[in-house]
Every structure is written in structure tokens, then in C-alpha cells.
Design a protein around this ligand. Structure first.
Ligand code: HEM
Length: 294
């Protein structure tokens, strides 16, 4: 049973994760049934998925897939900060769910193209955001195929880990795909991209900083985690300001200052700061005081 741990005992963590992963899908089913995927949604767009239900469903599952993808990358820092090794237990589950949602994303795209596979192939070749999405899709497929005990044993730990580092490239491509198709409203891609940037900077710091810089328990110092949260949020604010300047010609200083006047609501950088601050707080509570060296 998916909700049991390896010893066959009921695991509230696994059961809760499974419920969280299933909820968007069940909500999509509800929207489809309540509005009718095709006809009824047109008659009652508020109840259903809107006037273009299949396209709405593509967006819906794409969005949840990328959220789950980013969530898989949050497992390692959270597990370390929270000193909660059991979290690893649900990483594979989230990864597989991410693939199932993205498989549905692609399937719905084929449905939206009236099952014309030649058209699907030519669109993927001709539209760069689809080409990028497709490469990410293939990567996720490879990871899903190797996310079982048999393949883990067959590949061996080192090769398996190396292969699964592809996740970083795949997420980069997925975020680019998300940005490119978003056109004007890049709010959530910016938030997700910022959180992804935090997670990569955290990993790069772990990989590259000398052992002497780390705490005795091998973790990054708390002050560094605080600084990382603020620096990433500020980078996101700069990225948003200059990105919108490049694409829309809006004065970058206007957007940057809107981050602090809140004239345009809470901007993405603040959400990224909240994420970094939440991890910092977890670390503050769970990692202090630094254990003494043996
Ligand atoms: C076979 C590969 C893929 C195809 C053909 C594809 C196709 C599409 C299409 C047609 C859209 C809607 C564009 C529009 O309405 O203008 C879309 C949006 C999106 N796709 Fe993909 N995609 C693919 C792979 C991926 C992957 C691998 C991810 C991430 C894991 C992803 C995440 C998204 C997201 C987040 C959106 C936007 C959702 C929103 O608007 O909220 N896609 N994709």
C-alpha cells in the first residue's frame, strides 16, 4: 500500500503526502464533472473549466506538475534543516506524481490538437517553448522509469544519483517553458523560479564551500541561510524589474520601488523571501545549538 512505510506500517507522512498529491487531480475531476469538460463548461464557465476546458486543464495539470517538481527539490534542504530524515521517504512519491501530472499535460495537449500526431510533432519542432517543454518531459520520463527499487539496484547508488541530478536541468527547462508560455503575467513563474534559485544556490554553497566554513554538523551556518534568503529575494526583485523592462519597456526602477511601496500588491520577491525565511526559521529551531565535534 502506498500509505505504508517499507516495513508495511501505516505512515501518516506518506498518507498525508498521497492525499496532497491526489487533491489537485480530484479537483480537476470535480471541475470536469460539475461543468462538463466540453459542453457544459461553455454554458457555465464559472462552474466548469471555462470556455476552453481542455486548454484550461492543460494549464491546471502543468502548473501542479511544476509545483511538485520544485517540491521534490525542497526535500533535501528541508530534511537537513528539520533533521527529519523520513522526508526522503516521500520524495519518490512526489516525483512520480509530478510525472503522472505531466503525462496528463502532454496527453491533453494531444487531445487539444484533435489527436493529430503529425501536427503535435511539428508544433513541438516549430515552437521553441514546446521544444523546451518536450525535452523536460523526456527527462522526467527517464527519471520516472528509473524511480523504482529494481532500477536503483541495477544502476547502483552513484550512477542513480548522477542520473537524478538531471532534475536540476529539467526544472530549469520547465521554468523557462512556464515563463515563455505565460506571456504577460509572469507572477507565479517568477515565484517558482525564485524558489528554485534559492534551492540551487543552497546546493551550490554545499558543494563548493570548504568544510571549515560549514558548522560542525556539516550544515551551512544560520547567518548564511538568513543572508541567502534575503539575497535570493533581492535577486528576484531585480530580475522582475529588469525582465519586465526588457519585455514590456516598463521603467525598472518603478517596478523595483513598487516592491517596497506595495503599490502593486506583494511582489514575487517577497514570496521568495517568505520561503527562505521559513527554511531559516526551521533551521533556527531545529539546528541550534551546533553539536560539538566528537
Ligand atoms: C511534451 C511536452 C510539453 C508540451 C507539449 C506542453 C504544452 C503546453 C501548452 C500547450 C501549454 C499552454 C500554452 C498556452 O495555452 O498558451 C503549457 C503550459 C504549461 N506547461 Fe507545458 N508542455 C510540455 C511540457 C511541460 C513540462 C515538462 C512542464 C513542467 C514540469 C510543463 C509545465 C507547464 C506549465 C507550468 C504551464 C503553464 C500553466 C499555467 O498557465 O498556469 N509543461 N504547456
Amino acid at each position: 500500500m502506498l500509505w505504508n512505510d517499507r516495513r508495511g506500517r501505516f505512515s501518516p507522512l506518506r498518507a498525508g503526502t498521497l492525499a496532497a498529491l491526489l487533491t489537485p487531480f480530484l479537483y480537476l475531476v470535480y471541475l470536469t464533472v460539475s461543468g462538463g469538460l466540453m459542453a457544459a463548461a461553455v454554458a457555465n464557465p464559472v462552474e466548469g473549466l471555462g470556455p476552453r476546458p481542455v486548454n484550461e486543464a492543460i494549464h491546471f495539470v502543468g502548473l501542479w506538475s511544476i509545483r511538485f517538481l520544485v517540491a521534490t527539490l525542497a526535500v533535501t534542504p528541508l530534511r537537513r534543516m528539520a533533521r527529519y530524515a523520513k522526508l526522503v521517504d516521500v520524495r519518490r512519491m512526489i516525483g512520480v506524481a509530478c510525472f503522472l501530472y505531466i503525462a496528463l499535460h502532454f496527453t491533453l495537449y494531444i487531445v487539444d490538437q484533435s489527436y493529430d500526431l503529425a501536427k503535435v510533432a511539428s508544433e513541438i519542432v516549430l515552437r521553441i517553448y514546446l521544444t523546451i517543454g518536450f525535452v523536460a518531459w523526456l527527462g522526467l520520463f527517464a527519471l520516472a522509469l528509473t524511480s523504482n527499487d529494481y532500477m536503483t539496484r541495477k544502476l547502483g547508488g552513484v550512477r542513480w544519483r548522477k542520473l537524478h541530478q538531471l532534475t536540476y536541468v529539467i526544472t530549469t527547462l520547465a521554468v523557462i517553458h512556464y515563463f515563455m508560455q505565460s506571456k504577460l503575467n509572469v507572477f507565479e513563474p517568477t515565484v517558482l523560479g525564485g524558489i528554485f534559485a534559492w534551492m540551487m544556490l543552497y546546493r551550490i554553497a554545499h558543494w563548493t564551500l570548504p568544510r571549515s566554513f560549514l558548522r560542525e554538523d556539516g550544515e551551512l551556518p544560520l547567518w548564511f541561510l538568513g543572508a541567502l534568503a534575503i539575497a535570493t529575494a533581492f535577486l528576484v526583485m531585480l530580475f522582475e524589474s529588469f525582465g519586465l523592462d526588457l519585455s514590456l519597456g516598463v521603467d525598472p526602477w518603478l517596478i523595483l520601488s513598487a516592491n517596497f511601496t506595495f503599490d502593486a500588491g506583494i511582489r514575487p520577491g517577497w514570496y521568495v523571501l517568505m520561503f527562505g525565511a521559513a527554511i531559516f526559521l526551521v533551521a533556527l529551531v531545529r539546528l541550534r545549538p551546533a553539536p560539538r565535534a566528537a
